[in-house]
Design a protein around this ligand. Structure first.
Ligand SMILES: [Zn+2]
Length: 90
């Protein structure tokens, strides 16, 4: 048990020395990684964060509000076809 602890301590010490020695390089790589993930996050479609689903009044299909046709009456339609069908059927 004592031997295991000593090895861990030595490894930690080596890691500490390496970290201090190469801290500039490590910081550089961390910055690159941050930049990389920031770019990736910006490229993600915004609608993934909060999608508001609405129900098409014509075919009862659920679709994102950003893709729906909003008539400002609380009615949403998935397409003009659906809207026209709904109008012609009364
Ligand atoms: Zn529809």
């Amino acid at each position: 048990m004592m031997k295991c602890l000593t090895i861990i301590l030595i490894l930690l010490l080596i890691l500490l020395i390496l970290t201090i020695r190469y801290r500039r390089q490590i910081r550089f790589f961390i910055n690159i990684f941050r930049l990389f993930f920031a770019i990736r996050e910006n490229q993600m479609p915004a609608k993934k964060k909060d999608i508001q689903l609405v129900c098409c009044a014509g075919c009862k299909k659920w679709l994102p509000a950003s893709e729906a046709i909003d008539l400002q009456l609380g009615n949403f339609y998935c397409s003009k076809d659906c809207f026209n069908k709904r109008l012609s059927s009364g």
